[in-house]
Design a protein around this ligand. Structure first.
Ligand SMILES: [Mn+2]
Length: 398
């Protein structure tokens, strides 16, 4: 391939389906750098034990591959300090497991949705629809903080690729709205979600109490049509309460508003009472789900959802309080985080068009147990999207 063609190649190697692509990382001696014609601008840098590890796509005269390069931080100090100074927030070069943790997985904190952005992480710090203990307005920040424990891994175990190398992810920050006017949340979500989804960016939203899912589902249904719902929760949230803005009523209203098809929807982990007459969803209650294997649960979900575009909502109280104590309305007898993660991974080929993770309440959390569970589940959502993008590009998991 002539050099000029290499240099005009698309900025992401992954967009070039025909490119020879080597997933192994190669150590490139410093002396060989002069042989490199072009380095992709998408450089991932992490700091492990004071060594900076670089991973980038390299184009030479007749070869392209992904390389990683590692030098002692002091050798890179001048340039590294300059980058850190210019991009304090959300630049992987500054990734520490504790310093400057302002965004999810240290992704760029921005609302500029350029064409190549695949995923926007959106915080919705709303807890005015809570019936029990309030506090989920601090959920997004709690999850961001906990995600600092997850950012150092290149490939999230047990996946065999690094989602951040395949997806352009931004942290969109938190939506804001008038604190004393809960209906203003609907406006904020409608406005921002439309902008994000219209730019073909997938939303992974973090609550906030579970009410936020109703306007989110409305926005997703506007784009994708009627949705199947995959709902993890201790509660069905199908209570016909007096106001729509109630974190126990979203899935009473959603089918009545034509947003979801309960005949293709399923609830997993339920262990509180509900009125079957208000309810047409399939329920895998917590007792059954705890007796079933994760693989059998995945089978049941897939059979119910079929090929419909699906929205996945995960109320952290689906997990047992042993795994997620920091939530407003905990119920014992729930799923383990291990089982939930296995189920989510099992859905990697399901057509999920939107995700949310809700009800993390840091004031009731201990040692970030709940926030870490929430952040980890969200990372699995990212891996589903990365896996699907790789499939579209003809790359397979090994
Ligand atoms: Mn719940």
């Amino acid at each position: 391939m002539p050099k000029s063609k290499q240099c005009t190649a698309t900025s992401s190697l992954l967009n070039k389906e025909s490119s020879p692509y080597v997933t192994d990382r190669h150590f490139i001696p410093r002396t060989n750098i002069k042989e490199i014609n072009y380095i992709n601008s998408n450089i991932n840098i992490i700091n492990i034990n004071n060594k900076l590890h670089f991973s980038f796509d390299i184009y030479t005269h007749n070869w392209q591959y992904t390389a990683s390069y590692c030098i002692i931080r002091s050798q890179f100090q001048t340039q590294g300090d300059q980058v850190a100074k210019n991009k304090l927030i959300g630049d992987p070069v500054t990734v520490s497991m504790y310093a400057n943790q302002f965004s999810f997985l240290a992704r760029p904190l921005t609302r500029e949705l350029k064409a190549d952005i695949d995923v926007a992480i959106v915080g919705i710090p709303f807890d005015l629809a809570t019936t029990g203990r309030a506090g989920t307005r601090l959920g997004p920040n709690g999850i961001r903080q906990a995600s600092s424990n997850l950012g150092w891994e290149g490939r999230r175990w047990p996946w065999d690729f690094d989602a951040c190398q395949h997806l352009q992810i931004v942290d969109y920050g938190d939506l804001d709205f008038i604190p004393g006017a809960p209906e203003d949340l609907n406006n904020a979500i409608a406005q921002h979600a439309k902008g994000i989804l219209d730019s073909d960016t997938c939303m992974i939203s973090m609550g906030g109490d579970h009410y936020v899912s109703l306007p989110l589902i409305r926005a997703h249904a506007e784009k994708h049509g009627k949705l199947a719902l995959i709902h993890f929760d201790a509660h069905t949230d199908t209570y016909p309460n007096t106001t729509e803005i109630d974190h126990g009523s979203m899935f009473y209203h959603a089918p009545r508003q034509g947003l979801i098809d309960p005949e293709h929807s399923i609830q997993i982990g339920i262990r509180t009472e509900y009125r079957p007459e208000d309810h047409a969803y399939q329920v895998l209650d917590a007792a059954n789900a705890n007796d079933m294997s994760a693989a059998d649960i995945v089978k049941a979900i897939k059979a119910r959802v079929g090929d419909m575009p699906a929205y996945l909502t995960f109320d952290i109280d689906c997990l047992d309080p042993a795994f997620a104590p920091g939530t407003g309305t905990p119920v014992v007898g729930g799923l383990s985080s291990d089982k939930a993660l296995k189920i989510i991974r099992g859905l990697k080929d399901t057509n999920i068009v939107g995700f949310d993770l809700v009800e993390v309440s840091p004031a009731y959390d201990h040692a970030q147990i709940t926030a870490l569970a929430g952040a980890t589940l969200m990372v699995e959502f990212l891996y589903i999207l990365a896996h699907q993008k790789r499939q579209r590009l003809g790359m397979s998991d090994s």
